[in-house]
Design a protein around this ligand. Structure first.
Ligand code: AMP
Length: 400
């Protein structure tokens, strides 16, 4: 089965074409800065030269056509016609409390995604555009929605209900939803396999990238996660503050003459590692500046690592023990010094890592010492593959 994976952001469209028989990507691509001149387009077909273009991409419809145009291009493409695509899988950010797993897209699923726009105002409309464009170009091809929130729907009520008046939860659906679910699910499945498929497992998964979140996972099910109603809650991130005293919002409004919109934008776009370091949200830049003695860069790292360590500790308490800690995403997979700093002080949980193994990159690996009771795993995430697998499974099941 050939599966087309589409991830529409507010101003970007990422795509991958998978050959599920071979379990490999035939091509990946990105249309970036959609609607903002100059837009950028990158296309990486397997075994052929990468194409990078700067051109006007006024909207998602043009981005979608461009992706299909290059996928089917006689010289650069990897398929000869759009008819070779058997199914389309979409990343959808907010599935509210309705979707506990991926779903075959029909009118009712589209309506539900629309109904969750207030919960995901930036992402769900873009995700719907992707579905709309695929429907226009491939009206008879089945489509599947994979929700970032779905994996965390197994959280118990006491973990997801905020201690604010219960009516607000009932009326506005204000609760913790959690995100990065596809990634947490992917690394959980791989981790359980690497642990030897035990019947029971207590795992903390750490997705540490520009956006970051941890999850407490019991027997393969998410029991808690650091992101909340929105991805703003939880860990300190590249540009997001993560959890702060909610009273800071009123304080800034009253004392710094900032509007709610300005505060919201500051907390989402100018905080976290960027806000503390004052110069970058990229951990590579921050790590090298910290190594050269930049104190604000050092502080940004210390805050980030400290908060990840706190989450691991609190989730060990929530789970009543810990069999494994799993690291993934840009920082989690690549920063050996970051992993070391996060894990420092967690020896009491049975953590002990092998310094040499901690330096290995690019593969799923257990970096713990042989006798460590809590394993530390580094697992490259692959959300697109997970979406492709769900899409194939759901489409095949629907045909039966
Ligand atoms: P992601 O959102 O998963 O793409 O992760 C992006 C983040 O990972 C950025 O802050 C990068 O600086 C960071 N990152 C990527 N490679 C490394 C590395 N080798 N060391 C530290 N951070 C890295």
């Amino acid at each position: 089965m050939i599966v087309f994976i589409v991830n529409c952001g507010s101003s970007s469209l990422k795509f991958q074409l998978f050959d599920m028989h071979e379990q490999k990507a035939l091509a990946t691509g990105l249309a970036d800065r959609i609607g903002i001149e100059p837009s950028a387009f990158r296309f990486e077909p397997e075994g052929k030269d990468t194409i990078k273009l700067e051109l006007p991409i006024p909207d998602h419809a043009s981005a979608f056509s461009l992706a299909v145009q290059y996928l089917t291009d006689p010289t650069h493409g990897v398929i000869s016609s759009i008819n070779e695509i058997d199914a389309v899988g979409h990343r959808v950010v907010h599935g509210g409390n309705k979707f506990v797993e991926s779903a075959l897209i029909d009118e009712s699923v589209i309506d539900a995604i629309k109904s969750f726009i207030p919960l995901g105002p930036l992402h769900n409309p873009a995700n719907l555009t992707g579905i709309q464009e695929a429907t226009k170009l491939m009206p008879n091809t089945p489509q599947v929605a994979c929700f970032d929130t779905a994996f965390h729907q197994s959280m118990p009520e006491y973990a997801y209900v905020y201690p604010i008046p219960y009516e607000l939860y009932e009326e506005y659906k204000i609760r913790k939803y959690g995100f990065h679910g596809t990634s947490h699910r992917f690394i959980t499945a791989k981790a359980i396999e690497m642990l030897g498929n035990p019947a029971h497992s207590k795992i903390v998964t750490c997705h540490l990238g520009n956006g970051s979140s941890c999850a407490a996972v019991l027997d393969g099910k998410s029991m808690d996660t650091t992101m909340g109603l929105t991805p703003l809650e939880g860990l300190a991130m590249g540009t997001r503050s993560g959890s702060i005293d909610p009273a800071i919002v009123k304080f800034l409004h009253d004392n710094a003459n900032m509007s709610i919109d300005e505060i919201d934008s500051m907390l989402n776009k100018k905080s976290g590692a960027l806000g503390i370091s004052g110069f970058s949200n990229d951990f590579r830049d921050i790590e090298s500046a910290a190594n050269e003695g930049n104190e604000r860069a050092r502080l940004a790292l210390d805050i980030f690592f400290y908060r990840v360590r706190l989450s691991i500790g609190s989730y060990a308490a929530a789970l009543g023990g810990l069999d494994a800690i799993v690291f993934t995403a840009g920082i989690g997979e690549n920063s050996s010094t970051g992993r070391e700093a996060i894990l420092k002080g967690l020896e009491f949980l049975g953590v002990s890592i092998d310094a040499q193994k901690n330096l290995i990159r690019g593969e799923a690996i257990d970096i713990s010492m042989p006798d460590a009771s809590c394993r530390v795993l580094v697992i490259p995430t692959n959300e697109e593959l997970m979406i492709a697998q769900d899409t194939e499974e759901i489409v095949l099941a629907a045909k039966k």
